[in-house]
Write a protein that binds this ligand. Structure first.
Ligand SMILES: *Cc1c(COP(=O)(O)O)cnc(C)c1O
Length: 427
């Protein structure tokens, strides 16, 4: 694969260049070519508080759809923070604590990642500091409260505790903030404090690696009922839960087993990098401070519309996911906000679980593919497996808008994406 490049020199980045930011073991995993990396017992012990997560057959949904397809879903919303994100937060907290790190700093948009890291920090006596995008800090107080209960320090970003934040507030005191600004503030904070490292919740190889526990478990669970999926579906923000559910199965497909397996990444039409972007080198943040990564992107300056699926509002996709799509090993779909809340509503009424708006994208795709096979279909219907990455009990504002028919659909402007892609480095 194309190597990540240093943002200033544009030369391939060396593992040691990353040491100021990340724990050494996480960097080793980032560049590892090992097939398997064992999960430490200390991490397994904490996983055991909510893992293995359950897998269900959606029989009532199948009935409602009048489909002959079998639909299974793996439910990651049973973790205490309510999503798949603690799978990597726990591992990252463990490796950092083991190397003597005392504090982790990160950014969070809607709050799921910050919540997961705050939760993980409690088990290893790690201090956690979170820069939370100001609009969410003000509009989503419950996630903030959860982080604070776990003991994390939460700052609205832009904040007054970093130079970068102060600089922005001096010209625009009411700045709503952005994920890019929050990343820049978190990195500045790491650089100016002792025994402090940075932590990222998606996109990087080691994050995707930690999430493969989802697919490894799913494979064993389905084997217990002699079942093999024909279609695997995951929603995609940066790519971690999608990789988590699909990579253990893709490994077999690439080795010639279950060759007809279809794997689908589902994004939001608000951030359509896989369906409307390009593969090229781009920054991971909007300030242009991170290494350059070759990935599907709509441009690091693109500001996705404020859809309720906050976790999918990211301009790029993980490099390995991008590589698989470029080589047509996987496919991609995009759905709009109105479509996904409708699908989520049907899912809630039939299966009893209210999906996170992000996860509702996977639900939408699963329903669409199942609907192609009626109960009396003569062709053999597929077995579909999708990842329900989180519950939506802290996203009820979106559901309320849906019920009151106040949800807005945003049009993506292909011309604007083209213009913004021109602002990515010409490499
Ligand atoms: C963060 C989040 C996502 C998107 O992130 P990925 O890294 O693409 O998995 C999806 N679902 C939920 C519930 C999330 O919290």
């Amino acid at each position: 694969m194309a190597p990540p490049l240093h943002p200033a020199t544009k030369e391939p980045i060396r593992p040691q260049d990353l040491e100021p930011l990340f724990a050494k073991e996480l960097i080793r995993q980032e560049v590892s070519t090992e097939r398997f990396i064992p999960i430490p017992d200390e991490v397994l012990d904490i996983y055991a508080k909510y893992r293995p997560t359950p897998i269900f057959r959606a029989t009532r949904l199948e009935k409602a759809l009048k489909t002959s397809a079998k639909i299974f879903y793996k439910f990651e919303g049973v973790s205490p923070p309510g999503s798949h994100k603690p799978n990597t937060a726990i591992a990252q907290a463990y490796y950092n604590a083991k190397e003597g790190v005392e504090k982790l700093v990160t950014e969070t948009g809607a709050g799921q990642w910050g919540t997961a890291l705050a939760y993980a920090g409690t088990f290893f006596d790690l201090a956690v500091e979170v820069f939370m995008v100001r609009v969410s800090y003000d509009q989503k107080p419950y996630r903030r409260t959860i982080m604070q209960l776990y003991g994390a320090e939460v700052h609205p970003s832009p904040s007054t505790i970093t130079n970068f934040g102060k600089q922005i507030l001096s010209t625009e005191p009411d700045h709503p903030g952005s994920l890019g600004i929050a990343i820049s503030e978190a990195i500045e904070r790491v650089m100016t404090q002792k025994n402090t490292k940075y932590s990222l919740g998606s996109v990087l190889n080691h994050v995707l690696l930690h999430q493969t526990i989802i697919g490894i478990e799913a494979k064993k669970q389905l084997e217990l009922v002699d079942t093999q999926p024909d279609i695997i579906i995951g929603c995609l923000g940066g790519g971690s839960n999608f990789a988590g559910i699909s990579y253990p199965f893709l490994m077999e497909k690439l080795r010639g087993k279950n060759e007809n397996l279809k794997v689908i990444a589902v994004e939001s039409t608000a951030a359509p990098k896989l369906t409307k972007g390009q593969v090229r080198y781009d920054f991971g943040d909007s300030a242009g401070m991170t290494p350059l990564i070759r990935m599907y992107t709509i441009g690091h300056k693109y500001v996705p519309a404020p859809v309720h699926a906050g976790g999918l509002r990211y301009h790029g996709a993980a490099p390995t996911v991008s590589h698989l799509l470029e080589h047509q090993v996987i496919t991609a779909e995009a759905y709009s906000q109105k479509e996904i809340f409708e699908a989520a509503h049907l899912f809630a009424k039939t299966e009893g679980i209210i999906p996170a708006p992000e996860s509702a994208h996977a639900v939408t795709s699963a329903i669409r593919h199942a609907r192609r096979f009626k109960e009396d279909a003569t062709t053999e219907a597929p077995t579909i497996l999708f990842n329900l990455s989180g519950h939506g009990l802290l996203d009820l504002l979106g559901y309320e808008e849906y019920l009151n028919k106040r949800l807005v659909d945003y049009q993506t402007d292909t011309e604007q994406i083209k213009q913004i892609l021109l602002q990515t480095p010409n490499l």
